[in-house]
Design a protein around this ligand. Structure first.
Ligand SMILES: NC(=O)c1ccc[n+]([C@@H]2O[C@H](COP(=O)([O-])OP(=O)(O)OC[C@H]3O[C@@H](n4cnc5c(N)ncnc54)[C@H](OP(=O)(O)O)[C@@H]3O)[C@@H](O)[C@H]2O)c1
Length: 254
């Protein structure tokens, strides 16, 4: 039996890129998505391409029983997972502060903090039985620097970063490492059809002149998820072309 990983939000974009990376490295991969069919299809494709075992799960957000069900099923197949990658997120786009309902605010917080808490708790129980493991938060550089009309998302990503550190402290004694990747902008469809005029960001706001490919984030997740980082816990790795360290836009002279 190979080492194994459970990845949330793993049927598209960055999460899918992470699933490919772990499968390519020989891990058996458990896929989480709110859409069972997509999760199962993704799992079949990974198995076929890399010759590993993969299984898809439907995920119910912020549901303790459902979260426990998934890990019970994984264990019933003889696995105790080695790694959990928390990639799914409620993006909370277009939340103009004065008009955000408490429900909309809490949906984002409950998904990005509360549900991740539940997932870590279930995964940690398995990792303790196994004698160790690794938990990787796919966070965001918005945990430090805000973007407009995304109040709950920014708050949730900052909160999740605090939770990552607290977990690293509480779980270290079990040899469970907890770390966070902080992407800046990633080349998703959303980015390609950018909604708020930041299409000049790659040239004007990043010293490296580019934003991240899925593989860039997947490689960082692999670093924290695997033994390559076996003495790292409570750490952050920013993957944003240098976006975080640049104070103002570089506007080329005409
Ligand atoms: N894209 C960027 O520029 C960027 C920048 C910084 C950080 N990040 C972070 O990187 C991670 C991946 O981002 P991405 O842009 O590649 O992924 P994405 O496609 O926006 O979302 C990843 C997955 O999250 C789940 N998801 C989306 N909305 C949700 C909701 N309202 N409630 C629960 N789950 C929801 C979906 O999974 P299912 O539909 O399969 O359930 C989705 O496939 C996220 O944690 C994001 O915060 C992204």
């Amino acid at each position: 039996m190979n080492k194994s990983v459970f990845i949330t939000g793993a049927v598209v974009n960055t999460g899918l890129g992470i699933a490919h990376k772990f499968a390519k490295e020989g891990y058996d991969v458990f896929i989480g998505s709110r859409d069972l069919k997509k999760a199962q299809d993704t799992a079949s494709k990974l198995s076929e391409k890399y010759g590993i075992y993969s299984k898809g799960y439907s995920t119910k957000i912020f549901d303790e029983e459902d979260t426990a069900r998934i890990f019970k099923d994984i264990e019933s197949q003889g696995y105790l997972i080695d790694c959990l990658v928390l990639c799914a997120a409620n993006l909370g786009i277009g939340q103009e502060f004065l008009n955000v309902s408490m429900k909309d605010f809490m949906d984002v917080i409950n998904t990005n903090i509360g549900w991740n808490f539940m997932l870590v708790r279930e995964a940690a129980k398995q990792m303790i039985k196994k004698g160790g493991g690794s938990i990787v938060f796919i966070n965001s550089n918005t945990s430090y620097r805000a973007v407009p009309d995304r109040i709950s998302y920014c708050a949730s990503k900052s909160g999740a970063l605090g939770m990552m550190r607290a977990l690293a402290l509480d779980l270290g004694k079990y040899k469970i490492r907890v770390n966070a990747v902080l992407p800046g902008m990633i080349k998703t469809d959303r980015w390609e059809n950018n909604y708020n005029g930041c299409r000049y960001a790659l040239s004007n706001y990043t010293p490296l002149g580019d934003i991240a490919d899925f593989e860039d984030i997947a490689n960082a997740a692999w670093y924290f998820g695997s033994d390559a980082s076996k003495n790292c816990t409570g750490a952050e790795l920013t993957v944003d072309g240098g976006n975080m360290i640049q104070l103002y836009p570089i506007v080329p002279e005409k």
